[in-house]
Design a protein around this ligand. Structure first.
Ligand code: ZN
Length: 252
């Protein structure tokens, strides 16, 4: 059953593409893109098969031949990558779909943050509720730990953000990052939050240094979005927790 997630993934990726394009512009989000972005020709069912249509049309619009751009293909492939990772890394088949949903949700958030330095409330706030809901379904006793995680995650980043803004005179950690860390606490509880932040910060530092070396100079004013690093760290810690709880169940 878990391989079904890999088959569904391109369609989810296609929807995520629409979400990533339209949500930051405040446009209504439909289930599919409806028209060519260049000539506005309405797209038919044959244009909307994820990955397959792109390859069949060789990446061009059927009517105006404008290049469709790799964006939709890239996010569809990324969604497949998330599903493959969830199937490969999640220890129990009943958790694979949870891992996929969390991964796809974080993929949309990370992508929007990378492009726009923005983590929309429309995605972060429901992710907090979803994390608490999953904790309740999993084991109602753990809900207070997860609620505390959400509150602590939000508060910690708001404090750090305020101190940073006072010291540097500009925003470094946005409110969106605080809401994403709140979602992190809701999903994994308060216990691993410090590890989550450390993991995200170290990987952001490594990538920032890599980018700076590549360009051979530091661009101090060019801030790196933190959301993608938080997203990856959150997903990996969720997987790690799934393994630990499975091993605990087996030995106990
Ligand atoms: Zn066109």
């Amino acid at each position: 059953m878990q391989w079904l997630a890999v088959l569904v993934a391109p369609f989810v990726g296609s929807f995520l593409g629409v979400l990533v394009r339209r949500l930051p512009r405040g446009e209504p989000v439909g289930w599919t893109r409806s028209a060519c972005e260049t000539c506005a020709r309405p797209l038919g069912a044959g244009d909307l098969l994820p990955i397959v249509s792109f390859l069949a049309l060789r990446g061009r619009c059927r009517t105006c031949r404008a290049p469709i751009g790799g964006f939709h293909l890239a996010i569809e492939l990324a969604a497949v990558g998330v599903a493959l990772a969830a199937v490969a890394l999640t220890p129990e088949s009943q958790r694979v779909w949870t891992g996929c949903v969390l991964g796809w949700w974080l993929l949309a958030l990370a992508w929007i943050d990378a492009e726009h330095m923005l983590l929309p409330d429309a995605l972060t706030l429901p992710l907090i509720l979803a994390g608490l809901g999953v904790a309740w379904l999993d084991d109602p006793v753990t809900v207070p730990d997860h609620a505390l995680g959400a509150a602590a995650g939000y508060a910690a980043f708001r404090v750090v953000g305020a101190v940073y803004a006072r010291l540097r005179g500009r925003d470094g950690l946005g409110e969106g990052d605080a809401k994403l860390l709140a979602a992190g606490g809701a999903w994994v509880g308060w216990q691993p939050l410090a590890d989550l932040v450390l993991m995200a910060a170290l990987s952001a530092l490594a990538v920032g240094l890599g980018v700076a070396l590549y360009r051979r100079r530091f661009q101090r004013d060019r801030a790196l979005p933190f959301g993608p690093f938080l997203a990856v760290a959150l997903w990996l810690i969720w997987v790690w927790q799934a393994w630990s709880s499975m091993l605990a169940d087996r030995s106990g």
